[in-house]
Design a protein around this ligand. Structure first.
Ligand code: NAD
Ligand code: GLY
Length: 370
């Protein structure tokens, strides 16, 4: 059965949106598009891999079902992979849209993983100062995390997601059937972001992941749908309370301070999810070294992440000094200091003086990395 979660961002309904999670959602997307007012152009933005798997099918489906006289349909794609999450990709896509005379009556559909969602979201946020967009995530990572909450943007030579905007989608359609074609390494890479939600917010679901590990890795869609639904429900709560990351939303960066540095140092060969998985192990270890997280809970977190396919040996490929130096470019820095989310326990994020992210001395980070 499909699950619907609503993000309520305003008292009026204008900025609220639904996230639909389920199977075969093409008709739901069509129903949604049919009732959109003042939309003349629909632009599907996707990457080279998803274009062949689902993009062309989506074009055929929409072409045959939407009134021709009313809608002009375009599909634009860019080469798959984090390396293409750049300003030049955004410019190229926007130039295609200008060339096709897409006006402010255009709606963008982001069809793909987190890279497509972040790029297409940023294209939409900045095209003619902002046009509406819809997220149609096709990876596990995008379904559990990136398609929800309105963070959009690109990487620069100075680091991950350094340029971007908060720009909320009009709706999210997460069709779990699409995960059947996703390579296993990308299923595994989506899991750490779900574990992040549960380790910070929901001990029972954290335990559910542990006891259903085999089913998850074998892509049992009932189990996967339950995991996506709960992760999104929890994320929705955080986004509603702190949409633009003034404070509480920082909790969703658990594992990312170290993770982003690793991703960048690997020249984006290390997938985002694995980097976050390694980052969570290091940041949990920091919490443990600071006397906040017990040995037992730290070891359980590490084992869970490793059992889902993250290899701790990968971190040895990077010199601790370089990781710490890379972290100094992180946009989560405050007053020139590295800020981190720390755990007092599973489901217990450290909140001190009303703050959810904290300064950690380099020597402690160094010790944890060692
Ligand atoms: P991705 O978008 O690169 O997708 C991974 C690979 O899978 C790509 O090669 C893609 O072409 C392919 N693919 C996608 N769907 C497929 C399918 N159904 N079948 C077969 N192949 C498919 O990577 P990702 O892991 O989805 O996302 C990572 C990105 O998400 C990072 O850039 C990260 O920074 C971002 N992110 C953003 C947020 C946010 O809140 N905006 C949150 C977390 C992560
Ligand atoms: N993925 C972190 C956030 O959306 O805030």
């Amino acid at each position: 059965m499909n699950k619907k979660i609503t993000i309520k961002l305003s008292q009026t309904s204008s900025r609220n949106y639904n996230i639909l999670i389920g199977s075969n959602l093409q008709n739901e997307l069509l129903k949604f598009l049919r009732v959109q007012k003042n939309i003349r152009n629909i632009v599907i933005i996707t990457d080279s891999t998803v274009e062949k798997l689902y993009g062309e099918k989506m074009v055929t489906n929409l072409e045959s079902s939407l009134p021709k006289a009313k809608t002009i349909l375009n599909l634009f794609s860019f080469p798959a992979g984090e390396k293409h999450k750049t300003q030049s990709t955004v410019s190229r896509l926007q130039d295609h849209m200008f060339a096709q005379k897409c006006g402010r009556d255009t709606l963008v559909i982001a069809l793909g993983g987190g890279v497509v969602g972040d790029v297409a979201g940023y294209v939409s946020a900045t095209y003619m100062r902002g046009i509406p967009f819809v997220q149609a995530p096709t990876t596990l990572l995008a379904m559990v995390d990136s398609s929800v909450g309105g963070k959009t943007g690109v990487d620069t030579k100075y680091g991950k997601n350094m340029v971007g905007a908060f720009w909320q989608p009009l709706a999210v359609f997460a069709d779990v059937e699409m995960l059947k074609t996703l390579p296993k390494e990308h299923i595994r890479s989506g899991l750490p972001e779900a574990v992040k939600m549960f380790v910070t917010h929901d001990k029972k679901m954290f335990e559910y992941v542990i006891s259903n590990r085999e089913k998850i890795l074998q892509l049992d869609l009932d189990v996967i749908q339950k995991i996506i639904s709960r992760a999104v429900e929890l994320k929705a709560g955080v986004v509603i309370r702190d949409e633009t990351e003034k404070n509480e939303r920082k909790v969703l960066n658990f594992g990312h301070t170290v993770g982003h540095a690793l991703e960048k140092l690997s020249n984006y060969k290390l997938l985002h999810g694995y980097a976050v998985g390694l980052g969570m192990i290091v940041e949990a270890r920091i919490s443990n070294l600071l006397g906040k997280l017990s040995d037992t809970e730290y070891e359980l977190i590490e084992k869970t992440i490793v059992d889902l396919g993250v290899k701790t040996g990968d971190i040895k490929k990077f010199e601790p000094k370089k990781i710490i130096s890379e972290m100094s470019h992180d946009k989560k820095m405050q007053n020139g200091e590295v800020q981190m989310v720390l755990l007092n326990g599973i489901e217990k994020v450290c909140k001190k003086h009303g703050k959810w992210a904290h300064f950690v001395e380099s020597k402690v980070i160094f010790e944890a990395l060692e």
